[in-house]
Design a protein around this ligand. Structure first.
Ligand SMILES: CC(=O)SCCNC(=O)CCNC(=O)[C@H](O)C(C)(C)COP(=O)(O)OP(=O)(O)OC[C@H]1O[C@@H](n2cnc3c(N)ncnc32)[C@H](O)[C@@H]1OP(=O)(O)O
Ligand SMILES: O=C([O-])CC(=O)C(=O)O
Length: 377
């Protein structure tokens, strides 16, 4: 096979169809089930967007109320999940914590379901499993941050919707409107992005007729890497390392001389800017104003200006999200678990779509090892 025929990293390869989202780098747009993501972020709750991704349509008032009631049923941290998290060292990465928690929920949910032949589930079962994970993840993420800070678990509040309750469980105080708005927007923007690495991982696992929990666990592993979801954490490490807007130029001289990747910039599909960045940047700007933290806004703006000018590579969603989560009060290691809480919607929509029209995903490789040889003697 000629080298030119090998699509390393599957660059440019279209492997299947999807009706869930459309990423269009030419028009710099992102549609969820046909709706521009900016419009959804401006007008919808994350719960409504979850319904849209799963079912194909925005919910009616009754459907939204039904989903919200269902979500409230699974909000509290399950004591057995808590016990499993407590077995992990305090300095375990929260991505590992979340991966373990999903694995525990899956093992318990599937216990007694019989052989591997029964695990993949009916569409109805998978929809119920998706809602349960969507509802359970905030408490897992919140408990992780609180236990690392040696703080008590905060019980959920039924009078708050998803985004406000999530912030409540993490910080134990009622969030301001501007905080809820920024957080809700970030969840919507992070919810779905076609065949990205973690979603593709989930689809590969689903394609073997494995179960939804295994697919999500694998997807979390793929998301953790800094070339993908881990970049929102990595952005904050970089901003911390630079320290202030005045240091950007000298820091960048050195980083580029060392051929370092500057996290939060670049994208496999978008080459002229990420469609989600302006909406998240506007939310970050409002947080900067709310907390009176122009130092954070100025530093992020200075690095963006300088890097884009020198390299012509634009920020991706992780770039404004990192400092926004920082200002909201999240620990840097908690940023990528927030991405899980959002992307659980997209992952599970893709798992159900893959299961509905399945073909085992199994590409070919070109062998470049030793020629055939035999053991001597
Ligand atoms: C929500 C998300 O998951 S968005 C992605 C989050 N990831 C990051 O922010 C990590 C930093 N960015 C990157 O590593 C890359 O831009 C990726 C992995 C996202 C996309 O990568 P690819 O499409 O494979 O492009 P690739 O990495 O080959 O980059 C092309 C060129 O641009 C350079 N480049 C791309 N991104 C960056 C960056 N962030 N910093 C420095 N150089 C970069 C590469 O070094 C390469 O240069 P070369 O041609 O001289 O070798
Ligand atoms: O699409 C990608 O490759 C990565 C990304 O932006 C996402 O998953 O949100």
């Amino acid at each position: 096979m000629a080298d030119a025929d090998i699509k390393k990293g599957l660059v440019g390869v279209v492997v299947d169809v999807t009706a869930i989202s459309k990423v269009n780098p030419e028009t710099n747009s992102l549609l969820y089930r046909g709706y521009p993501v900016q419009e959804l972020a401006d007008t919808q709750s994350f719960e409504a967007v979850a319904h849209l991704l799963w079912s194909g349509e925005l919910p009616t008032a009754d459907e939204l109320a039904g989903l919200r009631a269902e979500e409230r049923r699974y909000r509290a941290l399950d004591p057995e999940v808590r016990a499993a998290i407590d077995l992990l060292p305090l300095d375990a990465h929260p991505m590992d914590e979340a991966r373990t928690a999903v694995s525990v929920i899956g093992a318990r949910s599937l216990a007694g379901s019989g052989s591997v032949l029964d695990a993949s589930g009916t569409p109805e079962e998978n929809r119920a499993r998706s809602i349960e994970l969507f509802a359970a993840l905030p408490a897992i993420v919140a408990y992780g941050q609180r236990r690392r800070r040696h703080e008590e678990l905060v019980e959920p509040r039924d009078d708050l919707d998803y985004a406000a309750n999530f912030l409540w469980m993490v910080f134990g105080r009622e969030p301001a409107e501007v905080e809820v708005d920024a957080f809700n927007r970030s969840m919507i923007l992070y919810a779905e992005h076609s065949f990205n690495a973690s979603t593709f991982t989930a689809r590969v696992i689903t394609s073997t007729l494995s179960d939804l929990y295994s697919a999500v666990t694998g997807a979390i592993g793929a998301l953790k890497g800094p070339l993908h979801g881990g970049a929102n954490e990595a952005v904050m490490h970089i901003l911390d390392e630079i320290g202030s807007a005045e240091r950007v130029e000298s820091w960048l001289d050195e980083a580029l001389a060392e051929k370092r990747k500057i996290m939060g910039f670049g994208h496999r599909v978008y080459k002229n800017g990420d469609s989600r960045v302006p909406t998240m940047q506007a939310a970050l700007d409002r947080l900067v104003e709310h907390y009176d933290r122009s130092d954070v806004g100025d530093l992020a703006a200075a690095l963006e200006r300088e890097f884009v000018e020198r390299k012509g590579i634009y920020p991706n969603l992780d770039y404004p999200s990192g400092p926004a989560y920082h200002l909201l009060g999240f620990d840097t290691v908690t940023f990528t678990p927030l991405f899980i809480a959002a992307r659980i919607t997209g992952w599970t929509a893709h798992i159900m779509e893959q299961a509905e029209a399945n073909a085992l995903i199994r590409p070919l490789s070109d062998y470049n090892g030793p020629d055939e040889r035999h053991i001597e003697g």
